[in-house]
Write a protein that binds this ligand. Structure first.
Ligand code: RNT
Ligand code: ZN
Length: 417
């Protein structure tokens, strides 16, 4: 049977349970994932030479990582060639591209340092999301926006302000709105002497950043919370309660990273509550393994539950960013696997008879609800997925990995080191 024949068969089977597969695929093609540039080089960036800091960690020594903007862009192109649909790219300020020996510190970054990225995106018709980088810098060793050292705090406020202008430039250039996400690593390894003061300073710093004159129709700001980081096990300044309240009072969005809660918390469950009080919210799709380890996203229960909530609440209410970084496996493969698998999860969610599931719940027919949920797991969504890949001009599930291995053999392994 051809891929199309298999699809037609699957289409009939889904129709029997009230699901229109064509409609599901049309919706899927409209969902944009923001592909994080930092999977390609283990979150190294181009503006500093030091190690990755801020309580996040890449582990592994797989060879061939991108070390220049050109290599990173080449690897991103390769990844996009395996991912169905039109997406966005997500940049960190540390990926500024300097020319001719020039360099600017974080508080002096300008739109021109992202000109090459704007060109890259424009040529490919992609939008760009942006992040100030409050880590991997000599001035971020103790604290950033919550620092008790006024000079340091001011430095990072200027960085945040500079990034708003850069985000505005990126939105202007691409003609697509830019989501700018603020995450800081500030926290304490051990028992705090004062929990309030750093949070009050963070609040004041955010106010100063957001007081910048920027085009709110083009730049959408989000704030990302966290429960703890390595070396900040006892206290995180930017906790969930902090940002949820800050966002509500200041008309910015909350960003929920699936790795930033206690390991047994169901992150998908948070979305419906957030959206009863906010029009939109942002996400970092990641995979924690025992801690915020940022493993590659897989097609598993967690991603499926998250995808169901995105679909049920309306995909256009979310800014969906990917956030994982694995240095122990082929990075293009890691990137691709996470992107494809989250799209598969979204497809799985789009192939649900949502009205029927709701009705069974409302009718308190919990026996049938369980049975239908389980039956759905055996439906031929893989055939729908392969058809979508074929239709989108990217390799199917059986083929993409061979092509990825060829890229490693023909391109990655030939990189001069
Ligand atoms: C860290 C946050 C943050 C980073 C990226 C690189 O715990 O998840 O989003 O992963 O900004
Ligand atoms: Zn994140």
């Amino acid at each position: 049977m051809t891929i199309t024949e298999r699809y037609e068969d699957a289409q009939k089977r889904y129709k029997k349970i009230g699901v229109d597969t064509d409609k599901a695929l049309e919706t899927l093609s409209k969902i944009k994932l923001s592909m994080h540039c930092w999977q390609g080089d283990d979150v190294t960036g181009f503006d500093t030479k030091g190690p990755l800091t801020g309580g996040i960690q890449t582990t592994g020594n797989y060879p061939y990582k991108a070390t220049t903007p050109k290599e990173l862009m080449q690897d991103m192109d390769e990844t996009f060639s395996f991912v169905p649909g039109k997406h966005k790219i997500n940049l960190h300020a540390s990926y500024a591209i300097f020319e001719d020996g020039e360099w600017a510190d974080r508080d002096e970054l300008k739109p021109e340092h992202f000109k090459k990225w704007a060109e890259y995106a424009k040529e490919r018709n992609l939008g760009i999301d942006f992040n100030p980088t409050f880590f991997s810098h000599p001035k971020s060793e103790v604290a950033t926006l919550s620092s008790s050292d006024e000079e340091i705090r001011r430095f990072w406020v200027r960085h945040g302000q500079a990034c708003l202008k850069i985000s505005e430039y990126l939105a202007q250039e691409t003609g697509i709105e830019c989501m700018m996400n603020i995450w800081i690593p500030d926290g304490l390894k051990d028992v705090p002497g004062n929990r309030t003061a750093p949070r009050a300073r963070l609040k004041a710093s955010l106010d100063e950043i957001l007081a910048t004159d920027y085009d709110k129709s083009k730049v959408k700001v989000a704030v990302e919370s966290k429960v703890f980081g390595i070396g900040a096990e006892s206290y995180t300044v930017g906790s969930h309660e902090f940002y949820m309240n800050y966002a509500a009072k200041n008309n910015v969005m909350c960003l929920i990273d699936t790795g930033h809660f206690h390991p047994t918390e169901n992150v998908a469950d948070k979305l419906s509550s957030m959206l009863l009080f906010n029009d939109k919210m942002a996400l970092h799709v990641s995979r924690p393994v025992r801690w915020d380890s940022d493993h590659v996203v897989l097609f598993n229960d967690d991603s499926i539950e998250l995808a169901k909530e995105i679909v049920r609440n309306g995909y256009d209410r979310f800014y969906i960013g990917m956030d994982y970084f694995d240095a122990s496996i082929n990075r293009v493969s890691a990137w691709t696997c996470g992107m494809r698998d989250f799209l598969k999860a979204l497809l799985y969610a789009l192939l649900q008879p949502t009205d029927e599931l709701t009705k069974l719940q409302d009718d308190c027919d919990f026996t049938s609800l369980m049975e239908l949920n389980e039956r759905l797991k055996m439906m031929p969504y893989g055939d729908v997925w392969n058809y979508y890949c074929q239709k989108s001009g990217v390799p199917t599930e059986d083929d993409w990995f061979d092509e990825c291995k060829n890229y490693e053999r023909d391109v990655l392994s030939k990189r001069q080191r």
